[in-house]
Design a binder for this molecule. Structure first.
Ligand code: A2P
Length: 213
């Protein structure tokens, strides 16, 4: 590795303001608590436990991971494909260190991850890598579909899984509308996949920056 490669971060992304992080964590905890008690959720518990009639405490099931952020580009210190090109993109250079307002439009839960979907604006899409959605095994999804904040992962699951879970949900033609909750409408997509479309998106200030471990 040359010095130039060394200077690339682990990842670029939007980092949520710390006071809003608490609010987002609380909203997600409330959602998990409510989901846990729904008959419709209990009916599909086996997706989470592997066994019928086994209880699950969703708040314990997922482990939180570090500071809340929406990854734009995972660079792995320059080892990831396209990392250098991304870092040299004029939009990335110009907007580095700028403040943005992110819109969290949905919460989703699978047996592997819990996350928030981020709906990107036109300007925010300038910072989104062109091939981020390629990981979807389905027909191509619109640019920015994968944008998310990882809120928690089940034991042994890497955060990278959250974006893949979101792409999987978005690729499914239609779920089963379960109920209108206070926070929004809850849809079930089978195999333990749940999505709550927020009635009022959560708007959060976030700084476009990078992370080095
Ligand atoms: P995510 O963006 O879903 O939260 P780690 O700590 O595992 O090295 O990951 C650091 C961040 O980069 C996490 O936020 C993680 O997932 C994201 N990430 C890790 N690996 C990848 C990858 N291969 N592709 C895209 N994002 C990744």
């Amino acid at each position: 590795g040359s010095l130039e490669e060394m200077s690339l971060p682990l990842y670029f992304g939007w980092f949520l303001l710390s006071s809003i992080q608490d609010k987002v964590r609380c909203t997600s905890m409330d959602f998990l608590k409510t989901l846990d008690t729904l008959e419709a959720f209990k009916k599909h518990l086996i997706d989470f436990t592997g066994k019928a009639e086994k209880e699950v405490d969703l708040e314990q099931y997922f482990q939180a991971k570090g500071t809340l952020h929406c990854t734009t580009m995972f660079c792995n210190y320059g080892k990831a494909e396209g990392a250098k090109e991304y870092a040299q993109n004029p939009a990335v250079k110009d907007l580095y260190g700028s403040a943005f307002e992110l819109s969290l439009s949905a919460l989703f839960v699978t047996p592997r991850t819990v996350g928030a979907r981020v709906s990107l604006s036109e300007e925010q899409l300038l910072l989104w890598p062109a091939d981020a959605e390629k990981a979807a095994e389905s027909a191509p999804l619109p640019l920015g579909s994968r944008a998310h904040v990882t809120l928690g992962c089940a034991e042994g699951v890497e955060p990278l899984q959250t974006g893949l879970d979101l792409l999987e949900i978005l690729a499914l033609p239609n779920g089963e509308l379960i109920e209108e909750m206070e926070l929004g409408s809850l849809t079930y997509y089978g195999e333990g996949r749940w999505l709550l479309a927020l009635r009022e998106p959560i708007c959060t200030p976030a700084c476009f920056s990078s992370f080095y471990d």
